[in-house]
Design a protein around this ligand. Structure first.
Ligand code: SF4
Length: 296
């Protein structure tokens, strides 16, 4: 079910810049997400609402965003704005409501640089608008020398296994369609890469599967691959841990005890796992000549 709601504030300023995506701000045109990924960190975490209640459209989003952008621009507080951090900016409701498009027009007007990570091909509708942002954005002073682009795009891929993706990311484009999208974005001249966050323990984090993702990144012309582990939140019926463990029971029940051992009571895998994943991804990126970060 789709709700409509009014918001008081929409532009979130981070305490510090995101080290992966380089955004200082985030903005979400919708609440909830029609990609419906079972592992979505919004389910059951402090970062978002329970997605079981359905989607909400923020009907006054543009009016509120304009005020907030105008105020930040006046104080010269430029920084990358992540459009869609707790939703995908291009969920299918965007075809009708066009809030993402409206936000991008405002970000262009006030010359803010933009980061978007998506699993949806609808982004191609806005290619000309995105090019304008890329050309006209004002970068934060400390990034000016390191980055010549005002727009960073990521295509998000957690697995290249079409069957697993179909179950885990039922409302998203297939992995192959996402790779084709990446190639198209690169051909349009954008800075674009793969956001392999999260990779899935024992499923897409194995040496073979991780290398497939990184090799595909190279093949489809990605500028970079970002890799990170899976978080699993909550114990309610619609929380990501519950949904993901149910998926494991159906997919391969032998993995369930391995996950229980890896996560215990935590919502993130242990540091040794994260460090090893980072090192492996770095090595495979070197092997395939792809950067493992946005900045060169
Ligand atoms: S695309 Fe992102 S925000 Fe949407 S359900 Fe999947 S993980 Fe959550």
């Amino acid at each position: 079910m789709l709700h409509e709601k009014q918001v008081k504030s929409i532009l979130n300023k981070h305490k510090k810049r995101d080290s992966w995506f380089l955004d200082d701000y985030s903005v979400n045109p919708y609440e909830g997400c029609s990609c419906n990924c079972l592992y979505c960190y919004v389910r059951g975490s402090k970062y978002g609402e329970n997605m079981d209640d359905g989607l909400a459209v923020k009907t006054n989003a543009l009016e509120v965003l304009e005020k907030q952008l105008a105020s930040r621009a006046k104080k010269n507080q430029y920084g990358f704005v992540a459009v869609g951090s707790a939703t995908d900016a291009y969920i299918h409701h965007e075809e009708k409501y066009r809030l993402t498009e409206g936000m991008l027009k405002l970000l262009l007007k006030y010359r803010f640089p933009v980061f978007i990570s998506t699993k949806c091909a609808l982004i191609t509708r806005d290619i000309e608008l995105l090019k304008e942002i890329d050309r006209n954005a004002i970068l934060p002073a400390d990034l000016e020398d390191k980055l010549k682009k005002g727009l960073i795009l990521s295509v998000s891929v957690s697995t290249l296994d079409e069957k697993v993706s179909h179950i885990l990311e039922p409302g998203a484009a297939s992995p192959l369609q996402r790779l084709a999208l990446l190639k198209q974005l690169k051909q349009e001249g954008f800075l674009a890469g793969i956001n392999a966050i999260p990779v899935l323990p024992f499923i897409s984090d194995t040496e073979e599967e991780l290398e497939k993702i990184i090799a595909a990144a190279k093949e489809y012309q990605a500028d970079y691959v970002l890799t990170g582990g899976l978080t699993l939140f909550g114990s309610g019926t619609a929380d990501s841990r519950t949904l993901f463990y149910k998926f494991l029971e159906r997919y391969d029940a032998s993995l369930l005890p391995k996950y229980q051992q890896l996560y215990g009571e935590n919502f993130y895998p242990p540091f040794y796992y994260q460090d090893t994943l980072k090192e492996r991804a770095k090595r495979l990126c070197r092997k395939h000549s792809v950067r493992n970060s946005i900045l060169a």
